[in-house]
Design a protein around this ligand. Structure first.
Ligand SMILES: NC(=O)c1ccc[n+]([C@@H]2O[C@H](COP(=O)([O-])OP(=O)(O)OC[C@H]3O[C@@H](n4cnc5c(N)ncnc54)[C@H](O)[C@@H]3O)[C@@H](O)[C@H]2O)c1
Length: 314
Protein backbone atom coordinates (compact mmCIF):
# COMPACT_ATOMS: atom_id res chain seq x y z
CA UNK A 1 0.00 0.00 0.00
CA UNK A 2 1.93 3.01 -1.19
CA UNK A 3 1.41 6.59 -0.06
CA UNK A 4 1.71 8.73 3.04
CA UNK A 5 -0.58 8.17 6.02
CA UNK A 6 -1.33 9.86 9.31
CA UNK A 7 -2.98 8.14 12.27
CA UNK A 8 -4.45 10.31 15.03
CA UNK A 9 -4.49 8.33 18.28
CA UNK A 10 -1.78 6.13 16.75
CA UNK A 11 -0.26 5.31 20.15
CA UNK A 12 -3.58 3.87 21.35
CA UNK A 13 -4.91 0.35 21.18
CA UNK A 14 -6.55 0.39 17.73
CA UNK A 15 -4.39 3.19 16.29
CA UNK A 16 -1.13 1.35 17.01
CA UNK A 17 -2.49 -1.84 15.42
CA UNK A 18 -3.38 0.24 12.37
CA UNK A 19 0.13 1.71 12.25
CA UNK A 20 1.63 -1.81 12.28
CA UNK A 21 -0.88 -2.87 9.61
CA UNK A 22 0.07 0.05 7.36
CA UNK A 23 3.77 -0.70 7.68
CA UNK A 24 3.15 -4.41 6.98
CA UNK A 25 1.36 -3.40 3.79
CA UNK A 26 4.32 -1.29 2.66
CA UNK A 27 3.11 2.23 3.49
CA UNK A 28 5.61 4.87 2.39
CA UNK A 29 5.45 7.21 5.39
CA UNK A 30 3.41 6.81 8.58
CA UNK A 31 2.89 9.83 10.83
CA UNK A 32 1.38 9.43 14.30
CA UNK A 33 -0.31 12.25 16.20
CA UNK A 34 -1.12 11.42 19.81
CA UNK A 35 -1.05 13.36 23.09
CA UNK A 36 -0.57 10.11 25.08
CA UNK A 37 -3.70 10.72 27.17
CA UNK A 38 -4.60 7.02 27.12
CA UNK A 39 -2.08 5.80 24.54
CA UNK A 40 1.53 4.76 25.19
CA UNK A 41 4.82 5.11 23.31
CA UNK A 42 5.51 1.44 24.14
CA UNK A 43 2.61 0.46 21.83
CA UNK A 44 4.84 1.59 18.94
CA UNK A 45 8.16 0.23 20.31
CA UNK A 46 8.64 -2.42 17.66
CA UNK A 47 8.01 0.02 14.79
CA UNK A 48 9.41 3.21 16.32
CA UNK A 49 12.18 3.46 13.69
CA UNK A 50 9.62 3.52 10.88
CA UNK A 51 7.14 6.00 12.35
CA UNK A 52 7.20 9.80 12.59
CA UNK A 53 5.76 10.49 16.05
CA UNK A 54 4.25 13.86 17.01
CA UNK A 55 3.25 14.25 20.65
CA UNK A 56 0.46 16.63 19.68
CA UNK A 57 -3.08 17.31 20.78
CA UNK A 58 -5.60 17.11 17.92
CA UNK A 59 -7.09 20.38 19.20
CA UNK A 60 -3.85 22.17 18.21
CA UNK A 61 -4.71 23.23 14.65
CA UNK A 62 -1.29 24.58 13.64
CA UNK A 63 0.60 21.51 14.80
CA UNK A 64 -1.92 19.17 13.21
CA UNK A 65 -1.89 21.06 9.92
CA UNK A 66 1.92 20.89 9.85
CA UNK A 67 1.94 17.16 10.64
CA UNK A 68 -0.46 16.57 7.72
CA UNK A 69 1.84 18.12 5.12
CA UNK A 70 2.24 15.66 2.24
CA UNK A 71 -0.23 13.17 3.76
CA UNK A 72 -2.83 11.56 1.48
CA UNK A 73 -4.91 9.56 3.95
CA UNK A 74 -5.74 10.29 7.59
CA UNK A 75 -7.12 7.64 9.96
CA UNK A 76 -8.84 9.53 12.78
CA UNK A 77 -8.69 7.28 15.88
CA UNK A 78 -7.94 9.84 18.61
CA UNK A 79 -10.75 10.26 21.13
CA UNK A 80 -11.67 9.94 24.77
CA UNK A 81 -13.37 6.62 24.07
CA UNK A 82 -15.52 5.85 27.08
CA UNK A 83 -19.26 5.95 27.80
CA UNK A 84 -18.96 6.24 31.63
CA UNK A 85 -16.18 8.81 31.39
CA UNK A 86 -18.29 10.97 29.05
CA UNK A 87 -21.04 10.98 31.71
CA UNK A 88 -18.71 11.74 34.63
CA UNK A 89 -16.44 14.25 32.85
CA UNK A 90 -18.54 15.88 30.15
CA UNK A 91 -16.25 18.72 29.13
CA UNK A 92 -12.99 16.97 28.09
CA UNK A 93 -14.94 14.30 26.30
CA UNK A 94 -16.92 16.88 24.29
CA UNK A 95 -13.85 18.95 23.58
CA UNK A 96 -11.71 16.12 22.21
CA UNK A 97 -14.41 14.10 20.48
CA UNK A 98 -16.25 16.97 18.81
CA UNK A 99 -13.92 19.98 18.65
CA UNK A 100 -10.92 17.70 18.06
CA UNK A 101 -12.70 15.95 15.20
CA UNK A 102 -13.64 19.32 13.67
CA UNK A 103 -9.99 20.32 13.85
CA UNK A 104 -8.86 17.10 12.15
CA UNK A 105 -11.25 17.79 9.26
CA UNK A 106 -10.26 21.45 9.00
CA UNK A 107 -6.55 20.64 9.01
CA UNK A 108 -7.04 17.78 6.53
CA UNK A 109 -8.86 20.00 4.06
CA UNK A 110 -6.31 22.81 4.40
CA UNK A 111 -3.39 20.39 4.00
CA UNK A 112 -4.85 18.87 0.81
CA UNK A 113 -5.44 15.42 2.31
CA UNK A 114 -7.43 13.16 -0.05
CA UNK A 115 -9.37 11.00 2.42
CA UNK A 116 -10.19 10.78 6.14
CA UNK A 117 -11.26 7.41 7.55
CA UNK A 118 -13.04 7.96 10.86
CA UNK A 119 -13.38 5.68 13.91
CA UNK A 120 -17.12 6.02 14.52
CA UNK A 121 -18.99 3.95 17.08
CA UNK A 122 -21.88 1.48 17.14
CA UNK A 123 -22.97 3.24 20.35
CA UNK A 124 -24.67 5.74 17.98
CA UNK A 125 -27.48 3.19 17.48
CA UNK A 126 -28.46 3.04 21.16
CA UNK A 127 -30.99 0.34 22.04
CA UNK A 128 -32.66 -0.72 18.80
CA UNK A 129 -35.76 -2.93 18.76
CA UNK A 130 -34.26 -5.05 16.02
CA UNK A 131 -30.94 -6.88 15.69
CA UNK A 132 -28.63 -6.88 13.83
CA UNK A 133 -28.14 -3.13 13.56
CA UNK A 134 -28.21 -1.77 10.00
CA UNK A 135 -26.77 1.55 8.85
CA UNK A 136 -30.23 2.67 7.66
CA UNK A 137 -31.72 2.46 11.19
CA UNK A 138 -32.49 5.61 13.10
CA UNK A 139 -29.71 6.44 15.55
CA UNK A 140 -30.52 6.98 19.22
CA UNK A 141 -27.41 7.77 21.31
CA UNK A 142 -27.74 7.02 25.03
CA UNK A 143 -24.63 8.82 26.29
CA UNK A 144 -22.59 11.95 25.57
CA UNK A 145 -19.89 9.70 24.07
CA UNK A 146 -22.37 8.12 21.62
CA UNK A 147 -23.74 11.55 20.64
CA UNK A 148 -20.20 12.88 20.11
CA UNK A 149 -19.17 10.00 17.89
CA UNK A 150 -22.38 10.45 15.86
CA UNK A 151 -21.68 14.15 15.48
CA UNK A 152 -18.28 13.18 14.07
CA UNK A 153 -20.03 11.09 11.40
CA UNK A 154 -22.22 14.04 10.41
CA UNK A 155 -19.18 16.26 10.16
CA UNK A 156 -17.40 13.64 8.02
CA UNK A 157 -20.26 13.47 5.54
CA UNK A 158 -20.69 17.27 5.43
CA UNK A 159 -16.95 17.76 4.78
CA UNK A 160 -17.37 15.37 1.85
CA UNK A 161 -20.39 17.18 0.40
CA UNK A 162 -19.34 20.79 1.09
CA UNK A 163 -15.55 20.66 0.73
CA UNK A 164 -14.80 17.67 -1.51
CA UNK A 165 -12.72 15.93 1.16
CA UNK A 166 -13.31 12.17 0.82
CA UNK A 167 -14.47 10.68 4.10
CA UNK A 168 -15.54 7.22 5.29
CA UNK A 169 -16.95 6.50 8.76
CA UNK A 170 -16.58 3.03 10.24
CA UNK A 171 -18.87 2.27 13.18
CA UNK A 172 -16.72 -0.03 15.27
CA UNK A 173 -18.50 -2.52 17.47
CA UNK A 174 -16.64 -3.69 20.61
CA UNK A 175 -13.04 -4.07 19.53
CA UNK A 176 -10.62 -6.24 21.50
CA UNK A 177 -7.08 -7.55 21.12
CA UNK A 178 -3.45 -7.08 22.17
CA UNK A 179 -2.46 -3.73 23.72
CA UNK A 180 -5.94 -2.80 24.90
CA UNK A 181 -5.12 -1.11 28.17
CA UNK A 182 -6.78 -2.82 31.17
CA UNK A 183 -5.43 -0.35 33.75
CA UNK A 184 -8.41 2.00 34.06
CA UNK A 185 -11.97 1.47 35.29
CA UNK A 186 -12.98 2.84 31.87
CA UNK A 187 -11.12 0.06 30.05
CA UNK A 188 -12.82 -2.25 27.56
CA UNK A 189 -14.55 -5.16 29.26
CA UNK A 190 -12.54 -7.93 27.60
CA UNK A 191 -9.22 -6.35 28.58
CA UNK A 192 -10.46 -6.34 32.20
CA UNK A 193 -11.54 -9.99 31.84
CA UNK A 194 -8.09 -10.93 30.47
CA UNK A 195 -6.36 -9.27 33.39
CA UNK A 196 -8.73 -10.92 35.88
CA UNK A 197 -8.32 -14.44 34.48
CA UNK A 198 -4.52 -14.21 34.48
CA UNK A 199 -4.57 -12.78 38.04
CA UNK A 200 -7.05 -15.56 38.99
CA UNK A 201 -9.36 -12.85 40.37
CA UNK A 202 -13.11 -12.18 39.94
CA UNK A 203 -14.11 -9.53 37.40
CA UNK A 204 -17.10 -7.31 38.13
CA UNK A 205 -19.84 -7.53 35.56
CA UNK A 206 -22.21 -4.54 35.56
CA UNK A 207 -25.77 -5.84 35.16
CA UNK A 208 -26.75 -9.49 34.79
CA UNK A 209 -24.06 -10.32 32.21
CA UNK A 210 -26.66 -11.19 29.59
CA UNK A 211 -25.98 -7.96 27.68
CA UNK A 212 -24.43 -8.90 24.35
CA UNK A 213 -21.81 -7.44 22.06
CA UNK A 214 -20.45 -7.99 18.57
CA UNK A 215 -16.88 -8.38 19.84
CA UNK A 216 -14.50 -7.73 16.95
CA UNK A 217 -10.84 -8.71 16.88
CA UNK A 218 -8.59 -5.72 16.27
CA UNK A 219 -6.86 -7.18 13.20
CA UNK A 220 -10.23 -7.40 11.45
CA UNK A 221 -10.78 -3.70 12.23
CA UNK A 222 -7.33 -2.89 10.83
CA UNK A 223 -8.10 -4.80 7.62
CA UNK A 224 -11.40 -2.94 7.27
CA UNK A 225 -9.67 0.42 7.68
CA UNK A 226 -7.16 -0.44 4.97
CA UNK A 227 -10.02 -1.37 2.66
CA UNK A 228 -11.88 1.84 3.48
CA UNK A 229 -8.75 3.81 2.59
CA UNK A 230 -8.55 2.16 -0.83
CA UNK A 231 -12.24 1.94 -1.76
CA UNK A 232 -13.46 3.95 -4.77
CA UNK A 233 -14.41 7.60 -4.27
CA UNK A 234 -18.08 6.62 -4.58
CA UNK A 235 -18.05 5.48 -0.90
CA UNK A 236 -17.15 8.99 0.21
CA UNK A 237 -19.44 10.53 2.83
CA UNK A 238 -20.84 7.14 3.83
CA UNK A 239 -21.07 5.25 7.11
CA UNK A 240 -20.37 1.49 7.42
CA UNK A 241 -20.69 -0.94 10.28
CA UNK A 242 -17.31 -2.25 11.41
CA UNK A 243 -18.42 -5.34 13.33
CA UNK A 244 -18.21 -9.01 12.48
CA UNK A 245 -21.89 -9.93 12.70
CA UNK A 246 -21.68 -12.13 15.81
CA UNK A 247 -23.18 -11.64 19.27
CA UNK A 248 -21.67 -12.86 22.56
CA UNK A 249 -22.91 -12.15 26.10
CA UNK A 250 -20.51 -11.05 28.82
CA UNK A 251 -21.34 -14.24 30.72
CA UNK A 252 -20.37 -16.32 27.66
CA UNK A 253 -17.10 -14.41 27.29
CA UNK A 254 -16.15 -14.96 30.93
CA UNK A 255 -17.13 -18.66 30.70
CA UNK A 256 -14.95 -19.12 27.61
CA UNK A 257 -11.93 -17.61 29.39
CA UNK A 258 -12.43 -19.92 32.37
CA UNK A 259 -12.62 -22.92 30.01
CA UNK A 260 -9.46 -21.90 28.16
CA UNK A 261 -7.58 -21.51 31.46
CA UNK A 262 -9.18 -24.58 33.13
CA UNK A 263 -10.29 -22.62 36.21
CA UNK A 264 -13.60 -21.89 37.93
CA UNK A 265 -13.92 -18.27 39.13
CA UNK A 266 -17.49 -16.96 39.42
CA UNK A 267 -17.80 -13.27 38.49
CA UNK A 268 -19.08 -10.53 40.82
CA UNK A 269 -22.14 -8.66 39.62
CA UNK A 270 -22.74 -4.92 40.13
CA UNK A 271 -25.54 -2.53 39.15
CA UNK A 272 -26.02 -1.88 35.41
CA UNK A 273 -24.01 1.07 34.08
CA UNK A 274 -25.70 4.25 32.99
CA UNK A 275 -25.57 4.82 29.24
CA UNK A 276 -24.78 1.17 28.41
CA UNK A 277 -26.54 -0.37 25.44
CA UNK A 278 -28.17 -3.76 26.12
CA UNK A 279 -27.44 -5.64 22.90
CA UNK A 280 -25.22 -4.99 19.94
CA UNK A 281 -24.69 -6.85 16.70
CA UNK A 282 -23.63 -5.56 13.29
CA UNK A 283 -25.28 -6.16 9.97
CA UNK A 284 -22.18 -6.41 7.77
CA UNK A 285 -23.92 -6.48 4.36
CA UNK A 286 -22.92 -2.96 3.29
CA UNK A 287 -19.33 -3.24 4.49
CA UNK A 288 -19.00 -6.52 2.59
CA UNK A 289 -20.57 -5.12 -0.58
CA UNK A 290 -18.90 -1.71 -0.75
CA UNK A 291 -15.62 -2.22 1.11
CA UNK A 292 -14.96 -5.94 0.61
CA UNK A 293 -15.04 -6.52 4.38
CA UNK A 294 -14.01 -10.13 5.10
CA UNK A 295 -13.44 -10.83 8.81
CA UNK A 296 -10.80 -13.52 9.43
CA UNK A 297 -11.06 -14.12 13.18
CA UNK A 298 -13.74 -15.98 15.12
CA UNK A 299 -14.41 -14.70 18.63
CA UNK A 300 -12.57 -17.66 20.15
CA UNK A 301 -9.51 -17.27 17.88
CA UNK A 302 -9.31 -13.58 18.79
CA UNK A 303 -9.70 -14.34 22.51
CA UNK A 304 -6.96 -17.00 22.43
CA UNK A 305 -4.54 -14.72 20.54
CA UNK A 306 -5.27 -11.82 22.91
CA UNK A 307 -4.91 -13.94 26.04
CA UNK A 308 -1.51 -15.22 24.84
CA UNK A 309 -0.37 -11.64 24.26
CA UNK A 310 -1.40 -10.55 27.79
CA UNK A 311 0.30 -13.63 29.26
CA UNK A 312 3.52 -13.00 27.35
CA UNK A 313 3.71 -9.31 28.25
CA UNK A 314 2.79 -9.48 31.94
N1 LIG B 1 -12.30 0.05 21.43
C1 LIG B 1 -13.54 -0.02 20.98
O1 LIG B 1 -14.23 -1.02 21.21
C2 LIG B 1 -14.13 1.09 20.15
C3 LIG B 1 -15.47 0.98 19.72
C4 LIG B 1 -16.03 2.01 18.96
C5 LIG B 1 -15.24 3.10 18.59
N2 LIG B 1 -13.96 3.19 19.03
C6 LIG B 1 -13.16 4.36 18.63
O2 LIG B 1 -11.90 3.91 18.18
C7 LIG B 1 -10.91 4.90 18.46
C8 LIG B 1 -9.71 4.26 19.15
O3 LIG B 1 -10.12 3.74 20.40
P1 LIG B 1 -9.19 2.80 21.28
O4 LIG B 1 -10.05 1.73 21.83
O5 LIG B 1 -7.96 2.42 20.53
O6 LIG B 1 -8.84 3.76 22.50
P2 LIG B 1 -7.43 4.28 23.06
O7 LIG B 1 -7.75 5.06 24.27
O8 LIG B 1 -6.46 3.16 23.19
O9 LIG B 1 -6.95 5.24 21.88
C9 LIG B 1 -7.29 6.60 21.80
C10 LIG B 1 -6.00 7.35 21.51
O10 LIG B 1 -6.31 8.74 21.32
C11 LIG B 1 -5.32 9.50 22.01
N3 LIG B 1 -5.90 10.81 22.32
C12 LIG B 1 -6.91 11.10 23.19
N4 LIG B 1 -7.16 12.41 23.20
C13 LIG B 1 -6.29 12.98 22.31
C14 LIG B 1 -6.05 14.31 21.88
N5 LIG B 1 -6.75 15.35 22.37
N6 LIG B 1 -5.08 14.53 20.97
C15 LIG B 1 -4.34 13.51 20.47
N7 LIG B 1 -4.53 12.22 20.84
C16 LIG B 1 -5.49 11.96 21.74
C17 LIG B 1 -5.00 8.69 23.25
O11 LIG B 1 -3.77 9.04 23.85
C18 LIG B 1 -4.99 7.28 22.65
O12 LIG B 1 -3.72 6.93 22.17
C19 LIG B 1 -11.63 5.98 19.26
O13 LIG B 1 -11.97 7.04 18.38
C20 LIG B 1 -12.88 5.30 19.77
O14 LIG B 1 -13.95 6.22 19.99
C21 LIG B 1 -13.39 2.22 19.80
Amino acid sequence: MSGNFLVTGGAGFIGSALVRGLLREGAGRVVVVDNLLSGHRRNLDEVSGSVEFHETDIRDYEALRAAMTGVETVFHEAAIPSVPRSIRETLPSHDVNINGTFNVLRAAKDAGVRRVVYAASSSAYGDTLVLPKVETMQTSPKSPYAAQKLMGEYYMSVWASCFGLETVSLRYFNVFGPRQDPSSPYSGVLSLFMKAILDRSCPTIFGDGEQSRDFTYVEDVVALNLKAAQAPASVSGRVFNGGNGGRITLNQAWTLLQEIEGVHIPANYGPPREGDVRDSQADTTQAVEYLGHAPQYSFEQGMRATLEWYRATR
